[in-house]
Design a protein around this ligand. Sequence first.
Ligand SMILES: Cc1cc2nc3c(=O)[nH]c(=O)nc-3n(C[C@H](O)[C@H](O)[C@H](O)COP(=O)(O)OP(=O)(O)OC[C@H]3O[C@@H](n4cnc5c(N)ncnc54)[C@H](O)[C@@H]3O)c2cc1C
Length: 449
Amino acid sequence: MTTRHVILGNGPAGVVAAEQIRKQRPHDSIVMVGAEPEPPYSRMAIPYLLIGKVGEKGTYLRKDPDHFKRQNILEVQARATRLDTKGKVVHLDNGQQLPYDKLLIATGARPISPPIPGVKLPGVYPCWTLENARQIIELAKPGSRVLQMGAGFIGCIIMEALALRGVKLTVVEMGNRMVPRMMTEGAGSMIRDWCIAKGVNVHCSTKVEAIEQGGKPAGLMGKIGAALGMGGVQSSDAPLLAKLSNGETLECDLIISATGVKPNLDFLEGSGLEVDQGLLVDDHMQTNVPDVFAAGDVAQVRDFSTGQKTVNMIQPAAADDARIAAQNMMGLGTETQGSLAMNVLDTLGLIAASFGQWWGSDTGQSVELVRKESFNYLRLEFEGDVLIGATSLGLTDHVGVLRGLIQGKIRLGEWKDILLEDPTRLMEAYLACAQSQSTWKLPSNSLQH
Ligand SMILES: Cc1cc2nc3c(=O)[nH]c(=O)nc-3n(C[C@H](O)[C@H](O)[C@H](O)COP(=O)(O)OP(=O)(O)OC[C@H]3O[C@@H](n4cnc5c(N)ncnc54)[C@H](O)[C@@H]3O)c2cc1C
């Protein structure tokens, strides 16, 4: 008997799950639904699109236009509007109804607009979809005045692309440092100093309180450049004014809103599925309703470090969850080890990483190494003789080792005290302790997602 698999969402989680099922179940039916009018693509590739390193096709998850047809995976472009878990049917906005035996919800997340006047004006965009990338490319010309609201994970990742486009960049962040929800105070402050040294105008502990239309056109140089066809600022018909909580008013040609995202759960109202910050799943990626699974940015999964359920919105976690969900949709009983917080970001060339319980534990010990002049930073968090979390800046060699020690829950024994004295001896500690204890292998390129 064949099974009808329906997959809602065609981002990395949806695609990985669909392909995994097809590999092992050649005769099952697989329908993959995506709400955006684009082939399946990777949001991670958007910064590369912004700097022209890839064209739009370069962001597509699968380059062959017939890939899914060849795999006998039916693609439907529509938005799921309602889920009837009793009747096992998904309702779509094109009027179609999709019956399923096994359902995967992989609808990802969407940006949250801060509740400030003017946030919907033309010229204010998030950087989340391919459509947003087109809007940004249109307005972020050399010499354009760009204000970025928010300096979280996505905000930091796109700064490099904006800087390379030659814009005059200002970043306004509510927290007292950059990436406040992913990095320690020491690391976040150092990233701020790095950005300032690179010519970005950074305001921390500051809010944009209102946006209005009516600033003056961009500077003369930009206009002359545009007139000469040099790709300078071309249109400043509707420049914007951003009013900041520190009393300043900034004129901008583009405002990028990078103030956070939330899982796409609205269509699940009345479905009986348990939601919290995300869609709650067990270690099999199954929701509280049989035959309904979730993976990726939409799912709230057990955290590897804390055991609490958490949304971990990074692409490697989406792909890992999707593989596990797919196995269980086929009845193969695979479990997650828990989702490891693993944030690696490149802010204008400064590589920052935080892993596991980077904020530490009340009962643990920690050590912090700060080298301000060279923008090097390392903080290790221990519980007993096990490394439970870490934050690093500018120390790319250590990234794989940190992950290995944390994910392998390696007992460090006497090496813990050595590391408390000199945290840079991580590689030695790894070699001395990890090889014999862990089944987890150091990845060959630990910076790759
Ligand atoms: C600019 C940018 C840079 C990033 N860089 C990195 C990085 O360097 N490293 C990293 O790990 N992560 C990065 N991320 C995050 C990463 O892209 C996400 O974690 C990843 O896309 C999650 O995959 P997903 O499949 O769960 O969701 P998504 O990729 O969001 O895909 C979900 C899909 O579901 C569709 N959908 C939504 N609602 C419905 C509905 N009701 N019905 C049908 N379809 C629906 C959406 O349109 C979308 O196509 C970045 C994100 C952005 C925006």
